[in-house]
Design a protein around this ligand. Structure first.
Ligand code: F3S
Length: 388
């Protein structure tokens, strides 16, 4: 693998032992995947931030490192909202270990934003190279923004943040970003809200695995694209998709698609995923809510009182910059939490059945929270949480 003079110096240990080790890790990764060189990144998003997932071993490894991030780097959601963990019912022993993980990342110069929607907080543009970890964020960056990132593991993303580069392979290269299967969705008269796009993604992810789908027959907005991509990354391993005439690379490129396999989707296949089981709690914000989603939730909750626990998740920066909307939502008794989500917080394990508006949460809640999951539109979710 080619290394430039600056990288040679890091490898020789001239920039400290941690950076040397991190570069060794990146080179090893690059060799496995056939990278010819490293590429400079604009930002990193690091998974492995929840104490629930990394435990003592991960904390000890983080504490052993001694360098600072050289590009903006944020974290994946953690097990609790940093400022409101008591209120959420988190055990003090868990909170103390989670704080220790956060402190370890802070020492490494990682920005303490714990979110799967870093694109709302740090400018990310078409063509940027990134080293992001969380699968829905990776999908959004690649597909909706047209930036370039592989789905990094936690250590790989952290190494990239500390070195400022990542191995150039996979989705960093044009040749690997072409459509591999066409998804032709038959249109119907129903309105396709966020939940229906999430359910479509849930269904398609199972059908296509890690192929790059090219959608026809749908016209999603950015929040709906976010839901579609998150779910395909959960039930499949889709890190990039294109939507005819909507996503930037589909608009820019004349992809040569005539010879590709076509999968036809009838609306009834998606409708089947919507059930009417009773639930004990409602959770939305998977991926973390956009400002527009918060406004919509506030509108639906206006003048209502919640009768079932209603959790809403968003990035801290989005909550702070939309404080009036968040206050209006919380007036109903709902709670808007930062830093965490329904899948990584241990709190959700107390509910036997949870209603969500996300295809990704529909896929993960059963295994990660031990709960039955039901998907419904945002209107149905808010109605469920406020019904006597
Ligand atoms: Fe984000 Fe948690 Fe969903 S990390 S994509 S809100 S499972």
């Amino acid at each position: 693998m080619y290394l430039d003079p600056e990288e040679e110096k890091i490898l020789a240990g001239e920039k400290g032992e941690t950076r040397q080790k991190m570069l060794e890790l990146l080179i090893a990764l690059g060799k496995v995947f056939g990278a010819e060189r490293l590429v400079r990144i604009r930002s990193a998003q690091v998974s492995g931030a929840s104490y629930k997932t990394i435990g003592e071993y991960g904390l000890a490894w983080l504490s052993s490192l001694d360098a600072r991030a050289v590009v903006p780097a944020v974290l994946n959601p953690i097990g609790m909202p940093r400022g409101r963990w008591q209120e959420m019912g988190i055990e003090p022993a868990f909170a103390a270990r989670q704080q220790a993980v956060i402190a370890a990342y802070e020492r490494l110069g990682v920005i303490l934003e714990c979110t799967c929607t870093p694109y709302y907080l740090h400018e990310t543009s078409f063509g940027d190279h990134l080293a992001w970890s969380e699968s829905s964020a990776v999908s959004y960056a690649n597909s909706v923004i047209g930036a370039r990132t592989n789905r990094e593991g936690g250590p790989g993303a952290l190494a990239a943040a500390l070195v400022g580069k990542t191995p150039c392979y996979g989705l960093h290269l044009d040749k690997n970003r072409k459509p591999e299967v066409i998804i032709q969705v038959t249109s119907d008269k129903k309105e396709w809200g966020i939940a229906r796009y999430g359910a479509l993604g849930y269904h398609i992810g199972k059908l296509v695995g890690n192929k790059i789908p090219y959608f026809r027959g749908i016209t999603p907005n950015p929040d709906q694209l976010k839901a579609l991509g998150a779910a395909m990354a959960a039930t499949g391993a889709v890190a990039l998709y294109h939507v005819d005439d909507i996503t930037p690379e589909a608009k820019k490129n004349q992809f040569n698609i005539p010879g590709l396999e076509v999968i036809r989707i009838e609306p009834a296949e998606i409708d089947r995923l919507f059930s009417d089981i009773s639930v004990d709690a409602v959770a939305v914000g998977c991926p973390h809510c956009s400002p527009a989603e918060l406004v919509d939730i506030a509108r639906l909750l206006k003048g209502k009182k919640v009768t079932k626990p209603l959790y809403i998740f968003a990035a801290q920066g989005i909550i702070e910059s939309n404080r009036k909307t968040v206050n209006a939502i919380e007036k109903s008794g709902a709670r808007v939490y930062a830093d965490t989500c329904m899948v990584v917080s241990p709190v959700m394990e107390r509910y036997p059945a949870i209603m969500v508006n996300s295809g990704k949460a529909l896929a993960y809640v059963p295994d990660m929270c031990g709960a039955v999951a039901r998907i419904g539109s945002i209107e149905e979710c808010m109605a469920m949480a406020t019904t006597e």
